[in-house]
Design a protein around this ligand. Structure first.
Ligand code: GDP
Ligand code: MG
Length: 436
């Protein structure tokens, strides 16, 4: 989905205004991309119509391009479609009772462990997890292992085949042991089926849960929507948990589910580690679906920090092929002012993933800064005059090897060659230069 959307926005690059004409293709591409990500056609159409209306009504500010504006609108609308802001999760009551429901394999038992761990470590609660899956002895073992791992008590009755009674007994136990949250893990079936639904509905009626969370595997696409519908009709659940949102699982399910059952997604979970549970933030999911990194905030940051006047001067120098070491140093300092280099780079679409495990420290700049600082003002503004003896002196002053200074000189020269070439191109612009 991400790639499709990125190419959809590419159409808008360089456009000065958002008009009926240049928006039509972008909107069509966005719609197709959403449909490809398992978003239902009707939802996708309604969504893109809304985006279109909004975009046409917007004035494009000088500072941002129409493409960036579209990204912002799409992102905002996506977030809105997924509930706008994060949903409440209630853990009041003594004990609070949380009922977990969903198909077999959706990740209920794993989530039960993660939620217990979250409530214990992040909310200071004392949870009791309950194994109410009476059909598979292995299910009890699985929850027992998880409970042990996170240091939470478990309630199970191996020889009782009445899930309702087990749930009720668990709540009595919780009261006796001063547990303030009870999380009931139930049995699921491979497909929606009457026995399962009746059982969960009966548990609900017997214990009056504070929250009923419907757990769904986000990798199941359109099926997830039908399952959510069936569960909601029977249980009227209070929230959705999206599991297996690992790697680059498509986010389409989140959109469709929210739209179809009109219940908030409350948690997202990825991986099998007990710590990987997250509260669901619509905005972040919108960004994930867009897969574009946090473009909007990158733009904001650049605007905040960059002096328009300075930008104009710099551009003039570049155009006249006068870009020198002092300008380069100023640029480095501008970038550093914007914050942590790695975070900053991570906001650039496509880069975040690539540099995830790379160590990029602001120190990378230090050597370059040291070299420029060791230059005289004359040298800074006359890069071509820096002869071998000057290089030797600069290397000494910066505590670098001569070879390092030579390498930097060479890179700088290549950069200037590139600028020269771009000046010759129509609309020659520096990619990556801010403030334009
Ligand atoms: P249940 O039948 O609904 O209780 O599902 P389980 O919790 O037993 O999970 C089914 C399988 O999916 C197990 O192998 C889990 O380890 C795995 N699983 C659960 N949640 C996640 C998740 O968020 N990411 C990944 N990658 N695997 C998960
Ligand atoms: Mg289970």
């Amino acid at each position: 989905l991400s790639e499709r959307l990125e190419s959809a926005f590419k159409n808008l690059k360089g456009e000065a205004r958002i008009s009926e004409l240049n928006i039509a293709n972008t909107v069509k591409d966005i719609r197709r991309a959403l449909i490809d990500a398992d978003v239902n056609y009707k939802i996708a159409k309604e969504f893109t119509d809304k985006v279109k209306d909004k975009a046409l009504g917007e004035k494009v500010l000088n500072a941002i391009s129409p493409g960036q504006l579209m990204v912002k609108i799409v992102q905002d609308e996506l977030a809105e479609l997924m509930g706008g802001k994060e949903a409440e999760f209630s853990i009041t009551g003594n004990p609070a009772v949380i009922l977990i429901a969903g198909l077999q394999g959706s990740g209920k038992t794993t989530f039960t462990g993660k939620l217990a761990n979250y409530l214990k470590t992040k909310k200071g609660k004392s949870p009791l997890v309950v194994a109410a899956d009476i059909y598979r002895p292995a299910a009890i073992d699985q929850l027992t292992v998880l409970a042990e791992q996170i240091g939470v008590d478990i309630y199970a009755e191996r020889d009782n085949n009445d899930a309702v009674a087990i749930a009720q007994n668990a709540i009595k136990e919780a009261k006796a042991k001063n547990k303030n949250v009870v999380i009931i893990d139930t049995a699921g079936r491979l497909a929606v089926d009457e026995v399962m639904m009746t059982e969960v509905a009966n548990i609900k009626a017997a214990v009056g849960p504070t929250e009923i969370l419907f757990v769904v595997d986000s990798m199941t696409g359109q099926d997830a929507v039908n399952t959510a519908k069936a569960f909601n009709e029977r249980l009227d659940f209070s929230g959705v948990v999206l599991t297996k949102l690992d790697g680059d699982t498509r986010g389409g399910a989140a959109l469709s589910i929210q739209y179809t059952v009109n219940k908030p997604i409350k948690f997202v979970s990825s991986g099998e580690k007990m710590e990987t549970l997250d509260v669901f933030y619509p905005e972040r999911m919108a960004q994930r679906i867009l897969g574009m990194g946090d473009i909007a905030s990158l733009v904001e940051k650049a605007q905040e920090q960059y002096d328009e006047e300075q930008a104009r001067k710099l551009e003039k120098k570049i155009r006249k092929n006068q870009f020198d070491f002092q300008d380069f140093l100023d640029q480095l300092q501008q970038i550093k002012k914007m914050g942590n280099l790695k975070d900053l780079m991570g906001m650039i679409p496509g880069v975040g993933k690539a540099i995830k495990d790379v160590d990029i420290s602001d120190d990378a700049f230090k050597g370059i800064e040291a070299m420029i600082n060791s230059m005289t003002p004359f040298e800074r503004s006359n890069p071509d005059e820096i002869n071998p003896s000057r290089r030797q002196r600069i290397a000494k002053g910066a505590g670098k090897q001569l070879s390092e200074v030579n390498a930097f000189m060479k890179q700088f020269d290549q950069m200037r060659q590139m600028m020269k070439m771009m000046n010759k191109m129509p609309m020659g612009r520096m990619p990556g230069m801010m403030g334009k």
